[in-house]
Write a protein that binds this ligand. Structure first.
Ligand code: IPD
Ligand code: CA
Ligand code: CA
Length: 266
């Protein structure tokens, strides 16, 4: 068991799971509610609901109470610098897949990554509608509902089903992944746009998908899922440095095959 002076990763894992499931409970209760309050954020394509905010408030309250010296980065409320010297940071997407959620589509999740000195140690993704829990602790493998998982072992891109996504500024920024989709779609068995980056990464980790790429992700989209992929034997490869976090995920062979077809540019 890895310990620091004050914190045990397994204690963090247990609590992250409990709190992700608590937030998931709020999400299930309000799912398909006719009275869901929502508003737009960066553009008309980018929405936030009352449930995103309620879940983030719950997670911040739980984390701050139990770990008052840890910092928190939440999608909806930004940085909570509880301690200028903090080595631990919780990176929280309270509801990944808000567009799906607001439409009544069931692919959405809670994503919690926990970093020590900038390196992710614990990742938890809970998918309430399907009651599926993905988690990983660095160096200890990744699991899906308690069973160890491994990424797909396929090596031929033409046999692969991949996922991707498109950024909220796709209408105004020409670096919007449409070129990559055009280059890759003819060369794969299937392509999915699931609408939740954290869930996409978990599907790669468990072999439900053979690979995934996306540009312009934010830390809360990818922190937990990237660790879960790596701990499931996959790799995460960056492909450009001008659109926040831009990554390819899968086994090494498939990641290289996808990367070759991307406009990696920088
Ligand atoms: C979004 C989803 C989506 C991805 C976007 C993300 P949100 O997160 O993960 O699949 O394509 O880039 O911003 O807004 O639903 O938390
Ligand atoms: Ca997100
Ligand atoms: Ca979100």
């Amino acid at each position: 068991m890895r310990k620091t002076e004050t914190t045990d990763v397994h204690d963090i894992l247990r609590r992250a799971i409990d709190w992700a499931m608590e937030a998931g409970h709020i999400q299930r209760e309000k799912f398909r509610s006719r009275h869901l309050f929502m508003e737009t954020k960066s553009s008309i394509h980018d929405v936030v609901t009352e449930v995103d905010k309620a879940c983030e408030a719950l997670l911040i309250e739980r984390i701050s109470n139990r770990y008052p010296t840890h910092n928190i980065l939440g999608e909806e409320t930004g940085e909570h610098r509880n301690n200028p010297d903090a080595e631990w940071e919780w990176v929280v997407d309270p509801l990944d897949g808000t567009n799906n959620y607001s439409q009544g589509l069931p692919i959405y999740c809670v994503s919690i990554g926990v970093r020590y000195k900038g390196e992710t140690q614990v990742g938890v993704v809970y998918v309430p509608f399907m009651d599926e829990l993905f988690s990983a602790v660095r160096g200890e493998g990744a699991s899906w509902n308690g069973r160890f998982i491994h990424v797909s072992r396929k090596t031929d891109l033409n046999e692969c089903v991949l996922a991707t996504g498109f950024p909220y500024d796709k209408g105004t920024n020409p670096i919007n992944n449409l070129d990559n989709a055009c280059a890759i779609i003819p060369n794969v068995r299937g392509i999915r746009r699931m609408g939740s980056a954290a869930y996409d990464l978990c599907c790669v980790a468990s072999g439900l998908l053979d690979g995934y790429w996306e540009l312009d992700l934010k830390p809360w989209d990818a922190c937990a899922g990237a660790l879960i992929v790596e701990e499931a034997g996959g790799i995460i490869k960056p492909f450009r440095n001008d659109r926040h976090i831009s990554i390819v995920a899968g086994n090494k062979t498939i990641v290289e095959a996808i990367y070759q077809k991307l406009n990696a540019n920088v």
